[in-house]
Design a protein around this ligand. Structure first.
Ligand code: COA
Length: 167
């Protein structure tokens, strides 16, 4: 069985043939990720075999904010009326050759763990995601993400839920 590890993206990672089925996500990891790192627009973490360099999955985190008016009533009634700080899960993808092996779940849990760690040093209300399509929405909802009010594919997972997972 392959031992997978998640590590910070580095230019040496092999990703020229990465293919998850979504061209925009393939294009990002093949061609754009280095510029995003350089300009601090996103921090990308890749899934590789232990000791190897071939990328089979990745996710990108960035700082974000969600409008007060987009929060469901049960969340907003306890909050001041200004945007709430979030971590944005900007991208999440697994190569088609290994999809269906719980690697998407592994990457999502890693993103949740990093968000929980950050929240001890930074105000973070939730993890936000703009799901690409209905399938991606279903994947995130399975892990407890809740729709925001502006779009059924615009989702959030409260930090209280995330901290409940990691103690
Ligand atoms: C979505 C994606 C990351 C899932 O990765 P994966 O490694 O194939 O999924 P996993 O094996 O970890 O699946 C874990 C669980 O999620 C479910 N799941 C996986 N893909 C799903 C989908 N598209 N819709 C609904 N549920 C899904 C699995 O059935 C499994 O559920 P189970 O616990 O009931 O068995 C992957 O299919 C992918 O890269 N898709 C293309 C890119 C994309 O759409 N990314 C999301 C951008 S917002």
């Amino acid at each position: 069985m392959i031992d997978w590890v998640v590590e910070s993206f580095a230019k040496q990672h092999e990703r020229t043939d990465f293919s998850c089925g979504k061209p925009a996500l393939d294009d990002f990891i093949r061609s754009r990720v280095s510029q995003y790192e350089k300009r601090r627009l996103g921090k990308t973490f890749v899934l590789v075999p232990s000791g190897g360099k071939r990328v089979v999955g990745y996710f990108t985190l960035a700082a974000g904010a969600v409008s007060f008016s987009n929060l469901p009533a049960d969340a907003s009634r306890k909050l001041p009326q200004h945007p709430v700080p979030v971590v944005l899960l900007a991208r999440l993808a697994v190569d088609q050759s290994v999809q269906g092996n719980r690697l998407g779940e592994r990457l999502l849990l890693d993103a949740l763990h990093r968000t929980a760690e950050l929240s001890s040093r930074l105000g973070i209300y939730a993890l936000e995601v703009d799901a690409l399509d209905a399938a991606a929405t279903a994947f995130h909802v399975k892990y407890g993400f809740v729709p925001l009010l502006d779009d059924p594919r615009h989702l959030f997972l409260p930090i209280t839920t995330i901290e409940g997972v990691f103690g």
